[in-house]
Design a protein around this ligand. Structure first.
Ligand SMILES: Cc1cc2nc3c(=O)[nH]c(=O)nc-3n(C[C@H](O)[C@H](O)[C@H](O)COP(=O)(O)OP(=O)(O)OC[C@H]3O[C@@H](n4cnc5c(N)ncnc54)[C@H](O)[C@@H]3O)c2cc1C
Ligand code: FES
Length: 259
């Protein structure tokens, strides 16, 4: 089955001043994604911007593929104007998803900002006890808080935090993780970290993972041009040499990245 596909915009709904929920309905057969994979989405039909933009999928439902995106620059500003019925070209699912946790592991999921899209796709599939630490700058930016809290019915402990203290714990997800480590961590069997968010957050997390000898995975959001391994534009340094985020990632073992 081809990774290139055409889709129709089913809806494009603002969730706060800067973040939208986009639902694309493929008009041809597509491969099913696994949590952590992403799609390249065409943002404009002219040459500017020429390149598709990468987005993690949030949910796959019978009606379509859901994405959560924040306005950053030209491409995402064009996406903001997508109207229902618009035809869009996309490529995906791309990259490697999150490796499954072992039966004895307790997944500890950490989401910063729109990194919650990637982490939520994983959380929604977890079979057993897990923790999810979800942080953003302020209350309005915790856009998926209700959906994340609903997971508590399935024995998933949700710890939310905001930089300004307007919701949940005051501080970053790194502060929340340090707090969890200081209090409950010794009672959590074989914690396994899964994280997606801004680069400084992932870098701090990987430092903690090294210091505390924790295992886990990070999903990186590098700039991408092609999305399928051809241009080398998304290369990062790892302890095993240079790797392409779009092809060998976006998910990497947490202690492998050289920041
Ligand atoms: C695998 C992957 C999954 C992603 N998933 C999501 C998602 O689910 N939701 C979401 O909102 N965004 C996600 N992103 C980031 C998203 O691709 C960028 O925000 C988008 O490409 C910006 O396009 P633009 O044309 O609007 O901005 P541009 O005009 O290209 O850039 C505007 C500004 O944003 C910065 N920027 C652009 N891309 C990135 C990036 N990847 N990382 C950090 N800074 C960047 C630029 O340096 C510039 O300052 C993901 C990225 C990757 C690689
Ligand atoms: S974006 Fe081209 S190789 Fe990764």
């Amino acid at each position: 089955m081809n990774s290139y596909f055409r889709a129709k915009v089913l809806s494009n709904t603002p969730l706060n001043a800067n973040t939208f929920l986009l639902i694309l309905q493929p008009v041809e057969q597509v491969r099913e994604p696994v949590p952590g994979q992403f799609y390249m989405i065409e943002t404009g039909s002219s040459y500017d911007p020429l390149l598709k933009r990468p987005f993690s999928y949030l949910r796959r439902t019978p009606e379509g593929i859901q994405f959560l995106y924040s306005i950053r620059g030209k491409g995402t500003r064009l996406m903001r104007d997508f109207q229902p019925g618009k035809n869009v070209q996309a490529i995906g699912p791309l990259g490697n998803g999150y490796p499954k946790a072992g039966t004895r592991n307790t997944p500890v999921l950490i989401a910063g900002g729109t990194g919650v899209a990637s982490i939520f796709s994983l959380a929604a599939q977890l079979p057993s006890k897990a923790y999810i630490l979800y942080g953003a700058r302020c209350n309005e930016d915790l856009i998926l808080l209700n959906e994340v809290k609903e997971l508590e019915h399935r024995d998933i402990v949700c710890i939310d935090c905001t930089d300004d203290g307007s919701c949940g714990m005051k501080g970053t997800v790194i502060d929340a993780l340090n707090e969890l480590i200081a209090t409950d961590f010794s009672r959590i069997p074989s914690p396994l970290l899964y994280a997606c968010g801004p680069r400084p957050m992932l870098e701090s997390l990987s430092q903690i993972a090294r210091e505390k000898e924790l295992k886990g995975y990070v999903s990186l959001e590098e700039h991408m041009a092609c999305g399928f391994g051809a241009c080398l534009g998304c290369t990062v340094s790892t302890v095993k040499g240079n790797k392409r985020v779009c092809k060998e990632g976006p998910v990497f073992p947490i202690r492998e990245i050289v920041w």
